[in-house]
Design a protein around this ligand. Sequence first.
Ligand code: ZN
Length: 292
Amino acid sequence: MKNLINDKEFETKFDAIEVNNNIPFTIIKKDYEVKEGKPQYTDSNKFGKSGKAIAVLSEKTISKYYSKNIEYPNPINFEKLVGKNNDNNIGIFQKCHIIGYHLSAKFSNFNNIFIGTEDLNNGAMKKIENDIVNIIEQNNRKILYKVTPLYMFKKDIVPFGVLFEYESVDNKEKVYGCKFCYNIQKNHKINYFDGSNRKIENILIKNNNNLNKLQDKSNVSSKRKQYKNYYLNIKDNSFHLVYDEKKKCEKLKGIQTKFIQEVTGKKENILDNNFTICKECEEKYNTKFNEN
Ligand SMILES: [Zn+2]
């Protein structure tokens, strides 16, 4: 990875870079024990560094509904970077999923986030995730997917890039890939130690983008309220309320996990897709969610 840090084009490579001849090189025996739909995360360390995450992805794990506004806890140091007193960083850093939310529908997990740039999250990373979805959906594939945020130095709070490794774990013709993306933002130079950054180009006229972004932020909390976590039973097209992850609705007991999808979305969207709310849950739903 030294070559990647010292690459002179570091700050200009916005597309994913193929590494190690596109062959995954950190996948170990233990990684193959990860179960489909049950991503494994690594606890972030004491400096707030995010760790690797591994998932087995298939058509069953890809969400039908998802919300970008899912409420994720802030990574350690995130508040410091994008807090009230640091408007400078708004629109630069985002809470990025390590395993894309839509790749393996899972509720908020603190260890599935890292501090990434908007350009990474909406650019190279999104493209890789979409490519993976295409591979899976076109031929009903099962893919082992490992994502590792990489830090230059021990005490850095922002990774300089992210490594993506994947390989098929079904009986069909092998597919695999090994890609790296820099955690960079156009026209900004990032200090990965403390997350500070400065504009590379002098922009004389301040455009309205920052203002718009600030306004968007203030709307987020009201939008978030419209999204809830549900369990879908894709066998009988019912949906169920989530009390907590350990205590599922009685009606879901005995149902094979492959028929249960964890989703975040608006109730209306779920109803629109011909799911009906479970009778048992409806009563609880009315009392619980109408409070909001
Ligand atoms: Zn229910």
